[in-house]
Structures are given as structure tokens and as C-alpha cells.
Ligand binder design. Sequence first.
Ligand SMILES: [Zn+2]
Length: 268
Amino acid sequence: MIIGLVLSFIFGSIIGSFLNVLILRLPVEKTLNGRSHCMQCKHQLNALDLVPILSFVFLRGKCRYCKKPFSHRYFYIEVITGLLFALCFAKLFPINSLEYLILLKSFFISAVLMVVFMIDYEHFLILDKVVIFASVVLILFNLAIDIALHSLWFNSLTLNGLLAALGLFLFFGGLYYISKGRWIGFGDVKFSFVLGLATVFPIIVINILLAFMIGSVVGLVLMASKTKKLQSEIPFGTFLAISCMITVLYGSELINWYLRLIGVRIYV
Ligand SMILES: [Zn+2]
């Protein structure tokens, strides 16, 4: 288990350093194949400068060439992605060969959520290309899992995911329509489609409830501390992303805990 955890963490931090590039370049339409360079002195960074986490620690968070500090968020995103991958592994351990597909799917979901969270937080934007790419890959994942489990017709994850995605899309679309875009943005409506494919029924319900709960708690705290007015809100997509991650990791535990609480003895 320890080896699996460590490998997942290392894999996650490598993916995290790639996500850093996506988060930086996707919203400004920059090409993805240019070499990475220091934001201050524009010096090209070589392979040694780009080792996830380690290079940040060894260079003490400074550019090797101009000694100006790098933004700490590169480091945090690498560490958090690594931790999320390790948690995904821990959740599924012990893993049989079929479950590696599910593990890969949760890695992919974690990566998508990191990107959506960061870009929405910084730019109040959920990008179509991220939504479309994530949807296609998640449908393929669900199909592959169905094929591996021979569940294409009965108990089909693909079908479940598409129905959940469509249901959420209509629900959020309705919220958007009723509130004329004041409660949520249309980006959230599109993003909800991805969430349906990611967490499917019945866990998806937890995902949505959590998002509204976290959203209201954070909103209340912010209003109480007067750091933000209600109008200058934090984008709702960030709450959807956080709650989706919690749901992927602990959704079934949460549902079972709740069912026990109200005295229902069905286990999901
Ligand atoms: Zn520099």
C-alpha cells in the first residue's frame, strides 16, 4: 500500500506540473507547446528546473537565473494534485486489475477539477474546451469500465452517466434560466454535465448538496467577515469542483452514513 501511495503521489505531482501549464495558458489562448520560462526574466527553464516539487524546494522557490521568487501556487498545485492522487489510491485499495480503470478515471477527474477550480477562481470562467474534452474522456472511461465489467446493458455506467449528466444539465439550466444568470453562470451549467459523467447516480446527489452547503457556508463567512460583498461572489464552479472531489473520494461513505442516520438499511 505504501508503495502505491508514494507512486500515486509522484505521478500526481508530475501531472500537477502539467496542470500548472494548462491553468496558465488555456485561459489566454497561449500555445501549449512552447518551452516553459521564468515569468520574470523570461529565461528558458531546463529539465532540472521543472522537476515537480523537488526543484521548488531545492531552489527555495526562486528562479535559478534572476533569483526572483516563483509564485508558490506552482508548488501547491503539484503537492495538492499528488495528495489527491494518493487519496484516490487509498480509497480503492486493495485494487484488483479491473479497478485500475476506476483509479485512472478518478485520477483524470482530480486533474480536471484542479484545472476547473483554478481557472474559475482566477478568471470566473469555465472553458468550453475543458468541458468538452473532459466529457468525451469520461464517456470513454465509463464505456471502458462497462466493457471490462460486462455491464454494457444491465447496470450500465455509460447510460447512468449520460442520464445523470443530462439531468444535472437540465436542473442547472433551469436555475440559470429562472435566476437569469444571477445564481449561477452558464459555465456552471455546462460543467454540471461533466459532474454527472464523473459521479453518476446516486452519488451525484451528494455532489450537488455538498456544493450548495459549502457555497452557503463560505458565503456566510465572507459576508460576516465583510471581506467580500454578496455581489462580488466566489464563482460557484469552485464549490462544484470541491464537492465533486469530496464525492469521488467519500461519496458512498457519506450516503451510507446518511441512510443509517435516517434508519434506512440499504447500502450503496
Ligand atoms: Zn527568472
